[in-house]
Structures are given as structure tokens and as C-alpha cells.
Design a protein around this ligand. Structure first.
Ligand code: ZN
Length: 127
């Protein structure tokens, strides 16, 4: 729970801006994938199809990561509304404000996040 209402307003703005950016990126990536496939005609050869498959796979993978981040951001906003924002979901301790400013979608303190990633064998996310 954040004690400072100014911090809450600032974090809400940060989250909302990031959500807007993510929505735009998702639309762009899916649009790119659609353009690639729309550009294939009946004369497309195996090489063209292979390039299109790789391109659309990459675009979809990027869009999927953005959608996951979007979901995390919406969860963060919901937690801000409910007053749970800034409390680690694992240990219940306050998440340091510096971490929240750097990672506004964070739902765990750094030690809990590190434990979780270690347990899952993950190395990619800091959310
Ligand atoms: Zn924790």
C-alpha cells in the first residue's frame, strides 16, 4: 500500500501511459503480421512463405508478450484501486517505492520475485 497520494497519482499515470503504449504496439505488430500475409499472392514460393512464417511468428510472439504485460498492467491498476498496490503478493511486505517506480507492474518485492524466478527457472521477467 502506498502511503503518499502523490506517488499513487504518479504511478497511476505511469501505468496508464504504458498501457496506451502497449495497446498501440500490439495493434502495430498484429497489423504488420496481417500486411505480411496479405502481401503473399498465388506466386509466393517456399522462400516467401518461410520468410512470412518467420516474420509473423516473431510479430505474434512480440504481441503476446505485450498482451501479457497489458494484463499485468491492468492487474496493477486494479490493485491501485483496491489499495493492495505496493504490497508483495507473496510475503505481504511493502514493495520499495524505487522498485515500483522502475517496475510499476511489479506485484512482488525483489527477494520474492527472485525466489519465484529461480524456482521456475525463469530469467526474463522482473515483473
Ligand atoms: Zn515479498
Amino acid at each position: 500500500m502506498l502511503k503518499d497520494p502523490l506517488d499513487t497519482a504518479r504511478i497511476r499515470r505511469t501505468i496508464e501511459r504504458r498501457l496506451d503504449t502497449l495497446r498501440g504496439e500490439i495493434t502495430d505488430k498484429l497489423g504488420d503480421a496481417a500486411l505480411v500475409t496479405a502481401g503473399l499472392d498465388h506466386n509466393a514460393d517456399a522462400g516467401d512463405l518461410s520468410v512470412a512464417a518467420d516474420t509473423t511468428t516473431a510479430d505474434f510472439a512480440d504481441a503476446r508478450r505485450d498482451v501479457e504485460e497489458l494484463q499485468a498492467g491492468r492487474l496493477a491498476l486494479a490493485r491501485l484501486e483496491s489499495g493492495d498496490y505496493g504490497t508483495c503478493v507473496d510475503c505481504g511486505q511493502d514493495i520499495p517505492p524505487a522498485r515500483l517506480l522502475a517496475q510499476p507492474f511489479a506485484i512482488r518485492c525483489i527477494p520474492c520475485q527472485a525466489r519465484r524466478e529461480h524456482a521456475a527457472g525463469l530469467h526474463r521477467s522482473t515483473l
